[in-house]
Write a new protein. Structure first.
Ligand code: SF4
Ligand code: SF4
Length: 357
């Protein structure tokens, strides 16, 4: 039987009370509530946006979800993991401070923000998956400890995966520091010397000091590189790039395996709400102001991360004749994570879209 994915048209420009009503309606119609029972401690996975980002999800998109869960007798908390790169989400202290600065306070949302993988990203639980790349994957401890998860995703493009959607939010977003390092391991980018101006932005931002300057040209020391992709995203001269053919495929498969690790701990206790609004070409980890590259589409809800991401791409193609991945990174195939996700049992590409009116 096809997976059901529910869809409601929505735009960031709508009044706050309309957005709230639509989110509540989507939650109710999609029957997401069946994942959450009274007294469940529910992790609401989100991305607060790196410092400088103005297009990430805002607190008023999360507040209605917290309210529904609280009304059901649950104990919801907002959560995410620390990141590898330098920035304001690199450790739990700075991460929580930034969450508050971006308005994700108890007063604004009704729930506290708890970092899922601890102070420095080392609180993890190994989950057995027995897949091609990994037999076990390290998942953020509080994602495993939570009784249930509501994974809230903001759809963007992504420099290595093409699509930064539900699977990526789940797989990379809930892996501990070790998991993120595994996902990126052995995939160093390359510098196109002719384009490099020697500005050193990449060297200053590189989280593992893997870039040195030689004759005013950036050089990546492969043994030190953790393949995070930050230098690619930050270089304004297109002087750094992944070896697209191999990098994207390997990374997407590794992310899908980590996503499977999360879902394995939450049988019938995980739901997904995915927003196709403010869709920027690059993801919310980029420390800069970005502009959406597509008009807003709406929000989706379902129980299957593969089906939800397939619907993301299909709806966008139907409405805009393109999607955020193909518009921003035409050389990357974003469906690898979906097809591989189906192969390993993360979800199904076969879905039925139900519009909520
Ligand atoms: S950011 Fe780009 S142009 Fe600047 S040093 Fe690095 S590779 Fe060269
Ligand atoms: S991908 Fe670039 S920024 Fe990231 S560790 Fe490697 S050299 Fe540094």
């Amino acid at each position: 039987m096809s997976e059901k994915v529910y869809y409601i048209p929505l735009s960031v420009d709508e009044p706050g009370d309309t957005i709230e009503k639509k989110i509540k309606k989507l939650f109710k119609r999609s029957n997401l509530g069946k994942c959450f029972e009274s007294r469940d401690v529910v992790g609401i996975k989100l991305h607060i946006g790196e410092e400088g980002v103005i297009t990430a999800l805002r607190p008023h998109f999360i507040k209605p979800l917290v309210a529904i869960l609280r009304k059901s007798g649950c104990h919801p908390f907002l959560t995410d993991t620390n990141v590898l790169y330098k920035g304001k989400r690199n450790n739990a202290v700075d991460h929580i401070l930034l969450a508050h600065k971006h308005g994700f306070t108890i007063e604004n949302t009704g729930a506290p923000f708890v970092v899922a993988d601890g102070l420095i990203g080392r609180n993890e639980v190994e989950v057995e998956i027995n897949c091609e790349n990994y037999k076990k994957v390290p998942i953020a401890a509080e994602a495993v400890n939570a009784s249930a998860l509501l994974v809230v995703t903001h759809v963007t493009g992504h420099i290595a995966c093409g699509l930064g959607g539900t699977i990526k939010n789940l797989g990379m977003g809930f892996s501990s520091r070790k998991g993120k390092l595994h996902q990126h391991a052995n995939l160093p980018p390359e510098v196109l010397e002719l384009n490099c101006t020697g500005c050193e932005v990449c060297r200053r931002w590189c989280p593992s000091d893997a870039i040195v300057m030689r004759n005013n040209i950036a050089v990546i020391i492969e043994e030190k590189c953790i393949s995070c992709g930050e230098c690619i995203a930050l270089c304004r001269y297109d002087a750094v790039s992944f070896k697209w053919d191999s990098t994207s495929e390997i990374l997407q498969k590794r992310i899908a395996e980590h996503a499977l690790g999360v879902t394995k701990t939450k049988k019938d206790k995980i739901g997904f709400v995915t927003f196709m609004i403010n869709q920027t070409g690059e993801c919310d980890c980029m420390p800069k102001k970005m502009k959406p590259i597509l008009p807003d589409i709406g929000a989706l809800a379902g129980f299957d991360p593969v089906a939800v991401d397939k619907a993301v791409l299909d709806i966008s193609q139907r409405i805009h004749k393109t999607d955020v991945s193909r518009s921003a990174f035409p050389n990357v195939d974003p469906t690898i994570q979906l097809r591989y996700g189906e192969k390993i049992g993360l979800g199904s590409l076969d879905y039925r879209l139900i519009e909520v009116v």
